[in-house]
Write a protein that binds this ligand. Structure first.
Ligand SMILES: [Zn+2]
Length: 511
């Protein structure tokens, strides 16, 4: 007897429909799985047999062939346990005929037959909706995530036996209620927490407005991490599309949690410098998104940038340039979105004290050169803003002086400047909607130099050895500063300020 059950396989952040066919024929008792199963799927055979037995069912002692179609698509993970068990039971005459038709099933099984959550329930539910399935059945731990697909009928049960007995009943399914409501807790961080640091606050605002990557250089304890953590509070709320993209990535990574809440705020990810290359950019078997993808539409913070492995920093180039990462494994590839804003921090020298008037630096200039050389030129090349974060003056720390500006007014200015950038992109085709992405040609069209501007740039080129690419970065930042001030034309003060955010060699340590 033949039976089939529909499920999905994950490929990057997409779900592809897979049909599990079970065929039971006379012959020696044996179960064979065909259709490019990963070793993790082959293991499922043992789990499924135990789950079926412990649920009180018996499989006939015959020859069983399980086929996962289409055969050329790789299948991984334990998500096939439930559909495989259901196909086996249906082929051996258990359950109501037709009860499984038009429904998608995903779920892992425990040996005693309980349903366990799997990664990617949201993308599976989206696939069910796109396919106009009658519904989807997921483990209890995935219900909130699947239910965020509004109107899609969702069924769930604690055990395999419950699914077999109830899947044919009309009241087994409940329509998805849409995304869980936003929690109105006030964010736990705010820019007003940062005392002093006028220059760094300004650089943070410019970075937020233009989407520029940012490098914070300064001694330990100056508040670099504190500043970086506040960048997401300055960014505009995520659009619907961005929320969906980010939520799909977190669904596939299995980081949405039991509540399955959508990602509504720009994510902030801060991997430690000991992170593996796979942990940072994604990969592994099955391929999973890395930190660069979990930071999609948000901020990736790399504290102590020179401490990261060189290979990790090299691996960042593709996502920074393309906004996505292609993970190749055993000749197969998966693509994960990875459009993030990079904030990095570093000490000015190995001992950390260079430029700090309170502690003398004991590093030799050769040690400082070696330390900075750990950063690859191409990576530094992609960071538009370098800013010095000095030790905070004592009176600021003790709370004297005027209150500091909070995130809300800064965010309002950032949003206004983003609107100007978006308007320019609409009016002039071929121009990126974020200044950080303006190409050299687009810069010529949007950053006409003010009188004296060429001389100012030429002087900087000569004195500091700025490259042509560095000049582009200066122009992009100047464009953002002008946008923050509502100016259509880039003026000399904008250019002069943008020049201050260049070059690591300007760190006071060299003085
Ligand atoms: Zn030092």
């Amino acid at each position: 007897m033949l039976a089939s059950v529909v499920t999905v396989a994950l490929c990057g952040v997409e779900a592809r429909i897979v049909t599990v066919e079970a065929d039971i024929t006379p012959g020696l008792p044996h179960i064979q799985i065909v259709g490019l199963p990963d070793p993790s799927v082959r293991e499922s055979k043992e789990r499924v047999q135990a789950a079926i037995r412990n649920s009180g069912y018996e499989l006939p002692p015959r020859r069983v062939t399980l086929n996962l179609a289409p055969a050329e698509m790789p299948k991984e993970g334990s998500r096939f346990d439930l559909p495989i068990a259901l196909a086996l039971l249906a082929a051996s005459g258990h359950g109501e005929p037709g009860a499984l038709d038009g429904v998608l099933f995903v779920g892992e099984l425990s040996l005693e037959g309980r349903l366990r959550p799997v990664r990617g329930a949201l993308v599976a539910a989206l696939a069910a909706r796109d396919r106009r399935a009658r519904g989807i059945v997921v483990p209890p731990g995935n219900v909130a995530e699947a239910a965020s697909v509004e109107g899609l009928p969702i069924g769930s049960a604690e055990t395999l036996r419950d699914v077999v007995e109830r899947a044919g009943q009309a009241d087994f399914f409940r329509p998805g209620t849409g995304p869980a409501p936003e929690r109105h807790a006030s964010p736990d961080v705010d820019l007003s927490d940062v005392r002093g640091q006028g220059a760094a606050r300004r650089a943070l605002e410019i970075a937020a407005a233009g989407g520029h990557n940012l490098l914070l250089v300064g001694p330990p304890g100056a508040g670099k991490t504190m500043l970086a953590r506040r960048l997401p509070t300055l960014l505009p709320p995520l659009t619907k599309t961005a929320t969906l993209e980010a939520t799909m990535i977190h669904s596939v990574a299995g980081t949405l949690g039991l509540e399955g809440r959508p990602v509504l705020q720009s994510p902030f990810r801060a991997p430690h410098h000991t992170v593996s290359d796979v942990g940072l950019v994604g990969g592994g078997n099955p391929p999973r998104p890395g930190e660069v993808s979990l930071a999609h539409r948000g901020v990736l913070f790399l504290d102590e940038l020179p401490e990261f492995r060189r290979s990790s920093l090299e691996a960042l180039r593709q996502p920074i340039e393309e906004g996505r990462i292609v993970v190749v494994r055993a000749g197969r590839s998966a693509t994960f979105p990875a459009r993030f804003q990079l904030v990095a921090s570093m000490n000015p020298c190995p001992c950390g004290s260079a430029g700090d008037p309170r502690h003398p630096c004991r590093c030799t200039s050769a040690e400082i050169r070696r330390y900075r050389a750990r950063l690859s030129g191409p990576l530094l090349d992609r960071i538009d803003l370098h800013v010095w974060v000095g030790p905070v003056e004592i009176e600021r720390l003790t709370g004297d002086g005027a209150p500091e500006e909070g995130s809300a007014p800064v965010r309002a200015r950032v949003i206004a400047s983003r609107e100007r950038q978006a308007e320019r992109a609409t009016l002039r085709p071929g121009i990126a909607s974020r200044n950080a992405e303006l190409s050299g040609r687009a810069l010529v069209r949007t950053c006409a130099l003010p009188p004296g501007g060429r001389r100012l740039l030429a002087g900087a080129l000569r004195r500091r050895g700025l490259s042509a690419r560095a000049v582009h970065r200066v122009l992009r930042v100047a464009r953002t500063i002008a946008d923050l001030e509502g100016e259509e034309r880039v003026g000399l003060p904008h250019l002069a300020e943008a020049l201050r955010y260049r070059l690591l060699t300007e760190v006071p340590s060299e003085a």
